[in-house]
Design a protein around this ligand. Structure first.
Ligand SMILES: Cc1cc2nc3c(=O)[nH]c(=O)nc-3n(C[C@H](O)[C@H](O)[C@H](O)COP(=O)(O)O)c2cc1C
Length: 352
């Protein structure tokens, strides 16, 4: 790929407003400027999970393509799956700008976007317009509007409308930027929401699996309650994790005091430890997707050994551009072979 085009796809390069640069990168993707990975994935990277076939375990995390405007070009970069969203029932402007901050020295991002998105109508129209079959697995990530008082009605409605169009649906109850949202991770509230979503699912002709995306800032007891709530029901898996409201002492960037959710390198350790604990508790009965500081083969492999069957990235992709995808996959395959694993599944939870 030509360097100019590659850098057009790096939203967090120095000197550009991060949100404006992000919008530009989505446009560049749609103009076909992002390039395309034509080499087939190494068979050692194939994953069977959630009743689906992934040609590799690397996914694009939610929030990059909130309105599903660049799903196909993103898939063509070589991701094994793309999670579009978060979509809410009604369009929403989100918080005032600036609301995305680069922490360059820390290879991190703080965002307080607040579910800015074009709403479910536009989202589903974009998903419906995609050519099928798609070259990778497609997930929908759904959330509630800031002013919603009816999550037990909203999430099932979001599920119903997305079900025909995607391969899995993630219930997002962990963004730190919608007031009160993370309280929905509490046992009774979460149980009520998931029961309502699963009831809606039972009535659909097509029933994509349901995942729950959790925050990294949960107490041990809260995490145990969530795992129990999911295991008691037909929940397929968990995404561990969303961004953190914590500010590790190691942060050096001047922007570290901005309010919002922190992601990228400084999130790696906490989110991987949480993943490990969730894996131990669920003993393989939930499919886990590891997110938080995945930036290369080493960090992806660490998530897999902690219990993830799949991983997702956002910040490192935003910093590194599309070239990080083939590099990560190549390095991960080499690590699996070096350690004698016949396939990726054999390494899942190897160090949990
Ligand atoms: C700018 C930005 C926007 C995000 N928007 C969403 C979102 O809409 N929904 C969601 O579930 N997660 C969202 N996330 C969280 C990511 O999906 C991911 O869980 C988190 O960034 C950790 O991964 P990373 O360390 O690789 O960035 C967002 C992250 C960033 C940086």
């Amino acid at each position: 790929m030509r360097p100019a085009l590659a850098s057009a796809l790096m939203p967090f390069v120095r000197g550009l407003d991060p949100e404006g640069a992000h919008e530009l990168s989505l446009r560049a993707l749609n103009w076909g400027l992002a390039g395309r990975e034509r080499r087939p994935d190494d068979p050692i990277l194939a994953v069977q999970a959630l009743g689906l076939s992934f040609s590799n375990p690397l996914g694009l995390a939610a929030g990059f393509d909130k309105n599903a405007v660049a799903v196909l070009p993103l898939m063509r970069l070589g991701f094994g799956f793309v999670e579009a969203g978060t979509a809410t029932l009604r369009p929403q402007v989100g918080n005032p700008r600036p609301r995305v901050f680069r922490l360059e020295e820390d290879r991190a991002v703080i965002n307080r976007l607040g579910f800015n998105n074009a709403g479910l109508e536009a989202y589903t129209a974009n998903l419906a317009a995609l050519p099928r079959p798609l070259p990778a697995v497609l997930g929908a990530n759904v959330g509630i509007n800031k002013d919603s008082t009816t999550p037990e009605r909203d999430y099932p409605e979001l599920y119903r409308r997305a079900a025909a169009l995607v391969d899995y649906v993630t219930v997002n109850v962990s963004s730190p930027n919608t007031p009160g949202l993370r309280d929905l991770q509490g046992e009774a509230r979460l149980a009520a929401i998931l029961d309502a979503v699963l009831a809606a699912r039972a009535e659909m002709p097509r029933r994509p699996p349901v995942l729950v995306k959790i925050a990294p800032d949960l107490s041990e007891a809260a995490m145990e309650a969530i795992v129990g709530t999911c295991l008691d029901r037909d929940i397929a898996g968990l995404i561990v994790s969303n961004t953190t409201i914590a500010r590790p002492d190691t942060l050096r960037s001047p922007q570290k005091r901005e309010a919002g959710g922190l992601s990228g390198r400084p999130l790696f350790q906490a989110s991987t430890e949480l993943l490990r604990r969730v894996h131990r508790l669920s003993r393989g009965r939930l499919t886990l997707i590891g997110a938080g500081g995945v930036e290369n083969g080493e960090t992806a492999y660490a998530k897999i050994k902690a219990g993830a069957s799949l991983v997702q990235t956002y910040a490192a992709f935003a910093y590194g551009g599309p070239a990080m995808i083939p590099r990560l996959k190549r390095d991960l395959a080499a690590r699996l072979r070096r350690d004698g694993f016949p396939n990726l599944a054999a390494a899942v939870g190897a160090e949990a």
